[in-house]
Design a protein around this ligand. Structure first.
Ligand code: SAH
Length: 283
């Protein structure tokens, strides 16, 4: 493999393509986490993203394909945590995506209702950022839980003694996410009640099990919802994409005295955290 500069905008570890393509591929990469309406297909196909080499490794189906996906995320430096690798290996992404889609390619996929399941490298990145706050017995909230894949990963991280809540405002997606989780290794946690998936406006959080050690938001907020900050435990961490067209993945830490520290992890492109009517156009 030829030596390439590191593309810091997408995390410290990713190998960038040759320098002449960096700015264009950076732009293309911004669309990797995107919802279908924002996908710029001409750029998408014309230039290779830093992850395009990973997309070639879609070998196998079922657990073989899932294992190969995790191996590649490790090889490309996206996953460095043993626990995150174990959890992503255990939870078959193929059970969470629409039938016939490329479950193990490093790309977001449409799931209906103008929503997408995020690319595996974004799920891995968020799991790693939250790992310390997803220890056994801890509490986590996943806002914009969509397919339930990441919510399921959180549940496996915190285990039966922990509590994980997923919230999405599209009832059909919540129904689908429950069915997905039931088919997966996280199904028993759903049955035991340490994992639950609910219909609701995630901008209000989910008061019932607050405060949370970890809060993940899977849709981009124009600003950080105050209810989510309130429901973050002192010592807890929130990972949330913030922005409209240009978005940044923010890591927000609440210290024990309640003060807030925010830093930017990387540039991203997510579907908006919005109202149900705005998202679906009233359907
Ligand atoms: N993290 C999920 C889905 C990401 S797509 C996955 O990877 O599968 C973003 C999700 O946020 C969509 O499912 C969308 O319906 C949801 N969403 C957007 N605004 C919301 C809101 N105000 N409350 C709850 N969910 C919302």
């Amino acid at each position: 493999m030829r030596a390439c500069p590191t593309l810091t905008a997408y995390g410290r570890h990713y190998l960038a393509p040759p320098r002449t393509l960096v700015s264009l591929t950076t732009f293309t990469s911004l669309h990797r986490h995107n919802s279908a309406p924002f996908l710029n297909l001409s750029l998408f196909t014309a230039f290779r993203s830093p992850f395009s080499r990973m997309e070639q490794f879609q070998t196998g189906t079922g657990s073989t394909g899932n294992k190969a996906m995790v191996e590649n995320l490790k090889r490309f430096g996206v996953i460095s945590s043993k626990k995150v690798a174990e959890v992503m290996e255990a939870l078959d992404r193929g059970l969470f995506v629409p039938v016939g889609s490329s479950a193990y390619a490093d790309t977001p996929l449409p799931i209906g209702y103008n929503a997408t399941i995020s690319a595996p490298h974004m799920h891995a990145t968020c799991l790693q950022l939250l790992e310390d706050k997803l220890q056994p017995g801890m509490r986590a909230l996943d806002v914009g839980s969509g397919t339930g894949y990441l919510t399921g990963c959180f549940a496996l991280m915190v285990g039966a003694e922990g509590r994980v809540v997923g919230v999405d405002h599209i009832p059909e997606l919540v129904d689908m996410s429950i069915k997905n989780v039931e088919k997966s290794v996280a199904g028993s946690l759903l049955q035991k009640g340490s994992l639950s998936l609910h219909v609701g406006d995630g901008r209000k959080g989910w008061e019932e099990f607050a405060p949370y050690d970890a809060i993940h938001v899977g849709a981009a907020a124009s600003e950080v919802p105050l209810a989510l900050l309130d429901q973050l435990k002192p010592g807890g961490r929130m990972v949330i994409p913030v922005g409209t067209y240009f978005q940044e993945l923010k890591v927000i830490d609440k210290s024990e005295d309640g003060s807030i520290k925010t830093r930017t992890e990387t540039s991203v492109r997510y579907v908006p955290l919005t109202s149900r009517v705005e998202q679906t156009g009233g359907f």
